[in-house]
Design a protein around this ligand. Structure first.
Ligand code: FE2
Ligand code: FE2
Length: 193
């Protein structure tokens, strides 16, 4: 799916379902980080009007997701917990393709973002197909569709602004890197855990 190297073991979804409160808090903060990431990219690249326009919409969608998760948290009588660390994303950030000029840095950041969207989309798919909770299953299906759109947006912009660079080769490299990292995950009740 989405060219990812390693598929998530559905057993992870069953584990996630044993601690819905934790998954929801972790998930809420994933959406916050996704919104923040889009705004950071805008701040660093204000001259790319099309990028700014699209990422403003994307950031708003991520904030909508944050609100939707928070609504579910409230509806179920839980309270949003403190921000959770996302070691998968931190590892990917450290291992991502680095360096180069401003153009290359933008491409690196866009590919890194596309990668996280792709994995999140895959995790939402696994959740929607495997958890017994009907409301959450539908919710995760809906989010899967939305994050797939974000993946396409980021990858499309990497190709657009990466003119003259071998973006497809770099994307393949990143898929390899991510495949190594994700092998160590799938064992805890968090979206990327
Ligand atoms: Fe999202
Ligand atoms: Fe997203």
């Amino acid at each position: 799916m989405l060219g990812l190297k390693l598929a998530t073991d559905p057993r992870w979804a069953h584990l996630a379902e044993t601690n819905i409160e934790e998954i929801l808090t972790d998930h809420a903060w994933c959406e916050q980080k996704a919104a923040t990431n889009a705004i950071t990219i805008i701040a660093g690249n204000p001259e790319h009007t099309e990028l700014v326009t699209e990422l403003l919409l994307l950031a708003q969608e991520e904030l909508d997701h944050f609100r939707m998760v928070h609504d579910i948290i409230k509806k179920r009588g839980y309270t949003l917990g403190r921000e959770r660390k996302d070691s998968y994303v931190n590892e990917l950030f450290k291992a991502r393709i680095k360096g180069g000029n401003r153009q290359q840095s933008l491409v690196n950041r866009l590919l890194f973002s596309a990668m996280i969207e792709a994995r999140s989309c895959e995790r939402f798919k696994v959740l929607s197909e495997n958890i017994k909770d009907e409301e959450l299953s539908k919710f995760y299906y809906q989010l899967m569709v939305s994050e797939a759109g974000h993946y396409t947006t980021f990858l499309g912009f990497a190709r657009k602004y990466g003119e003259g660079l071998d973006v497809d080769k770099q994307w393949k490299e990143l898929i390899e890197i991510e495949g190594e990292i994700i092998q160590r995950y799938g064992k805890s009740e968090s979206i990327h855990g």
